[in-house]
Ligand binder design. Structure first.
Ligand code: ADE
Ligand code: ZN
Ligand code: ZN
Length: 259
């Protein structure tokens, strides 16, 4: 009996440290949602507000993580990431038959563009889309299959056990301790032209760009590294830039659907 309990305890501890439970973490997703909301056209903003019945893009951005532990929504789990070799690309990599980040995003866009979709379904797929475009900008959501996007690369974060995926999902953001509003308010001031340049391209172009960043991130640590301030001095600005890119590109996609 006691042995069973210990076995379960060990299993829970190991599984929590191996698999990240919540992507960018609520603060990162909300910052992306907030930045997107500020870049919507008036028409898109009006339509989205009506659909979401008072909830903002920041608020709904975490929905896809909230349903992750619900068995009824199990089919959506593979949508949160896409794995590929560091020297590969999406087109030539063997696909997960259950879907991935790219098929998930494309499905959301298709359903939202279909005028026969009910408002209830539109609401669901809009919430998913807001989240998934955020995930698309977390470099380790486009990581290697063999280490589950850095989840099995154990490192220490300020003296505590963590893993590379978790450092990028939440550890750096949590350490900085800024609210999503502070992150959005302090995002880099960009000219119209700079925003346009970021919004250029399509989902696959953005996958390629984030995948390139993933290569750098994999090279930034080795298993067992003790990461502290020096790591976030270097990479927290990258996290902030990714959240801003995610927000601007989400706005572009939503403006195209609802504009
Ligand atoms: N989260 C869970 N499994 C993952 C994987 N294989 N790649 C990235 N993120 C994940
Ligand atoms: Zn994650
Ligand atoms: Zn996610």
């Amino acid at each position: 009996m006691k042995l069973n309990f210990i076995a379960i305890l060990i299993f829970v501890m190991v599984s929590q440290s191996v698999f990240s439970i919540s992507d960018w973490g609520p603060t990162g997703h909300r910052a992306t949602g907030e930045i997107a909301e500020r870049n919507l056209t008036r028409r898109a903003k009006r339509k989205i507000e009506k659909l979401l019945q008072g909830e903002g893009l920041a608020f709904v951005s975490t929905y896809a993580d909230e349903i992750k532990s619900d068995r009824n929504y199990r089919e959506f789990f593979p949508w949160h990431y896409v794995n590929m070799p560091l020297d590969g690309n999406y087109e030539t990599t063997e696909k997960n038959p259950k879907g991935d980040l790219v098929t998930g995003i494309n499905h959301c866009i298709k359903v939202l563009k279909d005028e026969n979709t009910s408002d209830k379904d539109k609401r669901f797929y809009l919430k998913m889309l807001v989240h998934l475009i955020g995930d698309l900008h977390q470099p380790l959501h486009i990581g290697r299959k063999e280490d589950k996007g850095g989840n099995t690369i154990q490192v220490q974060w300020h003296g505590r056990g963590s893993n590379l995926h978790r450092v990028w999902d939440g550890d750096m953001l949590n350490e900085w301790d800024m609210s999503y509003m502070e992150l959005a308010n302090n995002a880099k001031d960009l000219t119209k032209e700079e925003k346009k340049a970021i919004q250029k391209g399509n989902v696959l172009d953005w996958v390629k760009e984030t995948h390139n960043l993933a290569k750098e991130v994999y090279g930034s640590v080795k298993s067992g590294d003790k990461l502290r301030y020096r790591y976030s001095y270097k990479y927290f600005p990258v996290v902030r830039e990714q959240l801003q890119k995610g927000g601007l590109r989400l706005a572009k996609v939503l403006n195209e659907i609802f504009g």
